[in-house]
Design a protein around this ligand. Structure first.
Ligand SMILES: Nc1ncnc2c1ncn2[C@@H]1O[C@H](COP(=O)(O)OP(=O)(O)OP(=O)(O)O)[C@@H](O)[C@H]1O
Length: 460
C-alpha cells in the first residue's frame, strides 16, 4: 500500500496559511527555474514582492553568490538529493548582502512526479552579527578592528569624545587618522554641528590663514566680499587640522594664539571673533622629533597634545586584514551593484604577507583593483596586483604576468590536490564556476591524473 503523506489530511488552503505564517522564506521553482510560489517571509527577507518574484528566474530574484557556482537547488534537481542548513549570501532589493541558511528539496505532485524544487531559507543577519561580536571585532563609526591596540583606542574614545579637549592623532599615512577624528566628532555632543578637515600641509600660509579664519571685503585685491573661514563655518562643530607638522614656524605662532585665546580675527578685520570649535590635529610626522630639532614649537605642542592617540600601522595589526577586506568587498558590492562573495584563501594569504607602506588606503586600492579585474564569484590570486608577489617568486626570466600565472597555477594545483582532483569541489572551494576552472586548467596547462575525484576514469 502506498504510504500516505504526513500532510495528507491537511486541506491545500491550510498549507498555504501555514506557509504564510512561518518566519522562514519559502519559494518553489519549476523545471525552467522560474519561481512558481513565494511566501510572505521570502518577501520580508528579500524585499521583493510575490508579484515581482513569481514568473522570474530564481537567480534574477536572489542574486546569490551560489547562483553562478554550485547552486544547491540545481544540485537537488540533478542529483535528486536534498540539502539542509547551507550558508550562502543573497542580495536584497536594497543591494544589501544578507547571510542566509537554506535547505532544498524536490517538489513532487500527488503521483510522486517531480514538478520542480523547493527552497526554504532563514535570515542569519542577527546570528552573523553576534558571531562577529564573539569573534572580538569592534566597530566605532566607520572603523572596524579586532586588534588589541585598536581596541585600547576604541575603549577610551567615548570619554575622549565627551571631554572636548584638543586631541592629537599620530599615525602613518592611510592609518585612518581622519576616520578617527570623525568618530570622535560623531561620539561628541558636537555631532549635529559640522565636521571640517583641512590639510594644512597643502597650503601656503596666506591661503591657510584665509581658509581657516576668513577675510573681510577689501582685505586684499580680489576680496570683493566677506568670506567666513572654517573656524567660523564650523561653529559648534569640530575642525581637523591635518598634517599639522607641516605648518610654517610663523603659522605655528598664529595658531598658538588662536588656541590660547580661542578667538580669531579674519584678515582685514580688527574685531576678534570667539571660536566655538573643537580642534583635533593629525600628523604622520613624529612631532616629538621635530621638537628636538626645533622645527615645531614646544608651547604649541603642549597646547595640542592634551590627549594623544597613536594609530598603529597596518603591518602591526595584520589580524585586521581579513575583516577590512570583507568590509571593503561589502562596500564595493553595494556601490557597484556587484555580488562578489569574498576572497579566495590563496589571495588572502598574499595580502597577509604584504607590509602596506600606504596602510589601509593601500589595502583599499588593492581590493578596488582586484574588484575591477574580478568577474567571478570570488577575488582570486589572478586579480592581485603583481607588486604583491614576493621577489623570491620571480623566476629570473619570468615577467610579472608569468609570476602571477605561476602563483595562480600553484593555487589551483593545491586546491585540486586537497579535493582529490574533484573539479566541482575544487571550483567550489576556489569560489569560481566550474567552467572557469576548466578554462584555467587548460590555459595554465595543469596536468590532471588519469583518475580524478569522481568515480571512474576522466574523460577529457
Ligand atoms: N579601521 C578602519 N576600518 C575601515 N576603513 C578604514 C579604517 N581605517 C582607515 N580606513 C580607510 O582607509 C582610508 C584612509 O583613511 P584616512 O584618510 O582616515 O587615513 P589618514 O591617516 O587620515 O591618511 P593621511 O595621512 O594620508 O591623511 C580611508 O578610505 C578610510 O575609510
Amino acid at each position: 500500500m502506498k504510504k500516505k503523506s504526513k500532510f495528507h489530511d491537511i486541506h491545500p488552503h491550510a498549507t498555504e496559511i501555514i506557509l504564510e505564517s512561518i518566519s522562514e522564506g519559502v519559494f518553489t521553482v519549476d523545471h525552467n527555474w522560474k519561481i512558481t510560489s513565494f511566501n510572505k517571509a521570502a518577501t520580508e527577507i528579500t524585499g521583493i514582492s510575490r508579484d515581482e518574484a513569481v514568473g522570474k528566474h530564481c537567480w534574477e530574484v536572489f542574486r546569490s553568490n551560489m547562483c553562478e557556482s554550485g547552486c544547491f537547488l540545481r544540485q537537488t534537481m540533478k542529483q535528486k538529493k536534498s540539502f539542509v542548513g547551507k550558508s550562502v549570501y543573497i542580495v536584497n532589493s536594497r543591494m544589501q548582502k544578507i547571510p542566509i541558511s537554506l535547505s532544498t528539496a524536490l517538489l513532487k505532485d500527488e503521483k510522486g512526479r517531480v514538478i520542480g524544487g523547493v527552497e526554504t531559507f532563514r535570515d542569519m543577519t542577527l546570528v552573523e552579527e553576534l558571531r562577529k561580536e564573539l569573534d572580538g571585532r569592534l566597530q566605532i563609526g566607520d572603523m572596524t578592528s579586532k586588534s588589541a591596540s585598536m581596541h585600547r583606542i576604541f575603549d577610551i574614545l567615548p570619554r575622549v569624545a565627551e571631554s572636548d579637549s584638543t586631541v592629537m592623532i599620530q599615525g602613518e599615512t592611510g592609518t585612518g587618522k581622519e576616520l578617527l577624528a570623525r568618530a570622535i566628532h560623531e561620539l561628541s555632543s558636537r555631532r549635529k554641528k559640522p565636521f571640517t578637515a583641512i590639510n594644512c600641509g597643502a597650503l601656503p600660509d596666506n591661503l591657510l590663514e584665509s581658509e581657516l579664519f576668513g577675510y573681510k571685503a577689501g582685505a586684499f585685491t580680489g576680496a570683493v566680499k566677506d568670506k567666513p573661514g572654517h573656524f567660523a563655518a564650523a561653529k559648534g562643530g569640530t575642525i581637523l587640522l591635518d598634517e599639522i607638522g607641516d605648518i610654517s614656524p610663523a603659522f605655528q605662532v598664529r595658531l598658538l594664539r588662536v588656541l590660547q585665546e580661542m578667538t580669531f580675527t579674519p584678515l582685514g578685520s580688527t574685531t576678534p571673533v570667539k571660536a566655538d570649535v573643537r580642534v583635533i590635529t593629525a600628523s604622520n610626522k613624529n612631532i616629538e622629533h621635530m621638537l628636538e630639532n626645533e622645527e615645531f614649537r614646544q608651547d604649541l605642542f603642549y597646547r595640542i597634545n592634551v590627549v594623544r592617540l597613536e594609530l598603529p600601522p597596518l603591518r602591526d595589526r595584520k589580524e585586521d586584514i581579513p575583516l577590512l577586506v570583507e568590509k571593503m568587498i561589502e562596500r564595493l558590492n553595494r556601490l557597484k551593484a556587484r555580488n562578489v562573495a569574498g576572497i579566495a584563501p590563496e589571495a588572502l594569504r598574499l595580502l597577509m604577507a604584504y607590509d602596506y607602506p600606504g596602510n589601509i588606503r593601500e589595502l583599499e586600492n588593492i581590493i578596488e583593483y582586484a574588484f575591477v579585474l574580478c568577474n567571478e564569484a570570488m577575488i582570486g590570486l589572478g586579480h592581485m596586483p603583481k607588486h604583491l608577489i614576493p621577489e623570491s617568486d620571480f623566476a629570473s626570466q619570468d615577467t610579472g604576468r608569468d609570476t602571477l600565472k605561476t602563483a595562480e597555477a600553484r593555487a589551483i594545483k593545491d586546491a585540486l590536490k586537497r579535493n582529490n582532483y574533484n573539479r566541482l569541489a575544487t571550483a567550489s572551494e576556489l569560489g569560481v564556476h566550474k567552467s572557469t576552472l576548466f578554462r584555467k586548467i587548460k590555459s595554465l596547462k595543469i596536468s590532471l591524473p588519469e583518475k580524478d575525484g569522481r568515480s571512474g576514469p576522466r574523460k577529457s
